[in-house]
Design a protein around this ligand. Structure first.
Ligand SMILES: [Cu+2]
Length: 181
């Protein structure tokens, strides 16, 4: 009886932790704040769990205008957008919105810059005098949603669950030990 109760209490502690491990972005190509120096025709986002088919992303340029993504596909953990033509040079923001394994909707964004040599302008002279990537171009585009908001909320809920479960466990053990004496 005692063993069973303790086992039950342990499960109480463990269950919420697994249930609350939300799906998150594992990696992306381009990655956050990356400057891509080759023609870019796809954006790939990899998550830490499989994601639902409803998952998608939008791409914005520096002015905040939507850039058309020709095709977006979800496969297991990967969300991939492809373009028929390479993206013009400039700064971009990816706003992704996915439905994770546990059914939670998670929204975040990241930025990247495309600075590929443009085919027409690529004369031998110009290739020779490649301008080094200036650093002041990188800034400006701040994600409209700070990455931390959702995470903080989720983490708080997780700690709340764990905390509550620990209290329950503690009370149960104390009661059981007392009764045993
Ligand atoms: Cu979740």
């Amino acid at each position: 009886m005692l063993k069973r109760l303790i086992l039950f209490a342990c499960l109480l502690v463990l269950l919420p932790t697994t249930a609350l491990a939300h799906t998150g972005l594992e990696s992306s190509t381009p990655s956050d704040k990356e400057t891509v120096t080759k023609p870019l025709t796809e954006i790939v986002l990899e998550f830490n769990t499989p994601i639902e088919n409803l998952s998608t992303f939008t791409l914005l340029d520096k002015k905040g205008q939507k850039v058309k993504v020709d095709h977006i596909a979800v496969e297991d953990k990967v969300l991939k957008g492809t373009f028929k033509k390479p993206l013009p040079n400039g700064e971009y923001m990816v706003n992704w919105k996915i439905v994770g394994e546990d059914g939670h909707i998670i929204e975040r964004s990241f930025t990247f810059t495309v600075k590929a040599p443009e085919e027409k302008k690529l004369t031998p002279t110009e290739t020779a005098e490649k301008t080094p990537a200036s650093k002041d171009n990188k800034q400006e585009m701040k994600p409209n949603k700070p990455d931390s908001t959702n995470n903080d909320k989720n983490n708080f809920m997780m700690y709340l669950f764990i905390g509550a479960s620990l209290v329950v466990l503690l009370i149960m053990t104390t009661l059981l030990l007392r009764r045993g004496k």
